[in-house]
Write a protein that binds this ligand. Structure first.
Ligand code: AMP
Length: 291
């Protein structure tokens, strides 16, 4: 595996790869790898001739009171894990490399961001689409791999590649969970033991919501109420949101009848805000992959 820090160098490599008709699978990350990241790398490697992973904690997508400074980082461990996964190139630019000067061009998402995390984290997705646009130009991937754990991000990236005509295929892969059902997240490291025990109720409450839908409940208000009640019984911190929306449009739904929907929750623990979701197909079954 080759580690690359310079934009020019990786661009020269990917340009050559395209000239020799090699396909490139790309996994953008913020590092501090867990099994969720590794599953994306595995798939990128499996479906493409060359796999490229980036690690960049993007300041643009953190709000002023968010955890940019304390975001977990461990470069050495990440390098070893990427190597073990057989990744071909690990792109690790510095902030100065990515943002040498204040940007003159600003990007803004106008749809798909006024609900869920977009509402709670103003400007977050503008930062995400900015860095991804840069990374897509730099890496020139054929396929990009994202986790459905960050489902709103997938919905926004889907719009980004359509609206800006990126010749890239987006793949969304299912959320990797630990044995308790807790979705893997770099931020789980910030949970106390007690919070970790409570955090399993994100997934459990979502499953309760799914079961109601499978049993024929079509009213999202009733399902949301049940999820909120379950969370309140087991978690003694604040709920950011519980939402049921159409996916990927993220439009509101008044009746769940044969639509692909997302049930999403976000919870504030002391030092970590956790999110989780289930994307359900028209039969109420969890979507495993989005192409
Ligand atoms: P991050 O480093 O948190 O920006 O995440 C990089 C990529 O890994 C994103 O596409 C995330 O959606 C994905 N990801 C994060 N957690 C998980 C998980 N538990 N399962 C699958 N993918 C994940």
């Amino acid at each position: 595996m080759k580690i690359i820090k310079s934009i020019l160098e990786i661009q020269q490599i990917t340009t050559k790869l395209h000239q020799s008709k090699k396909t490139i699978g790309f996994v953008p990350t913020m590092g501090y790898f867990h099994k969720g990241h590794l599953s994306l790398m595995k798939q990128a490697k499996h479906e493409n001739e060359i796999s490229i992973v980036s690690i960049f904690v993007n300041p643009l997508q953190f709000g002023p009171n968010e955890d940019y400074d304390s975001y977990p980082r461990d470069e050495e461990r990440d390098i070893n894990l990427a190597k073990q996964m057989g990744v071909d190139y690990l792109f690790m630019p510095t902030i100065e490399e990515m943002y040498p000067t204040e940007m003159v061009i600003k990007m803004a998402a106008t749809e798909r961001t006024n609900a869920l995390c977009g509402r709670s984290r103003p400007g977050h997705f503008d930062g995400v689409i900015t860095v991804l646009t840069k990374l897509f130009h730099i890496v020139q991937p054929n396929k990009i791999y994202f986790g459905l754990k960050d489902a709103q991000q997938v919905a926004v990236v889907d719009a980004l590649i359509t609206d800006l005509n990126f010749p890239i295929d987006l793949v969304g892969l299912s959320t990797v969970r630990d044995n308790s059902g807790l979705a893997m997240s770099s931020r789980n490291i910030n949970l106390t033991k007690e919070e970790r025990d409570q955090a399993i109720w994100l997934y459990k409450s979502l499953k309760i919501g799914q079961q109601l839908i499978v049993d024929g409940e079509e009213n999202p208000v009733i399902i949301k109420k049940e999820i909120i009640n379950t969370l309140k019984q087991h978690i003694d911190v604040g709920i950011d949101y519980v939402e049921i929306l159409e996916f990927p449009s993220l439009h509101t739904v008044s009746v769940i009848d044969k639509k692909q929907i997302i049930i999403a929750v976000a919870i504030f623990f002391k030092y970590a805000r956790l999110i989780d979701n289930l994307i359900l197909n028209m039969d109420g079954q969890v979507l495993k992959r989005l192409d």
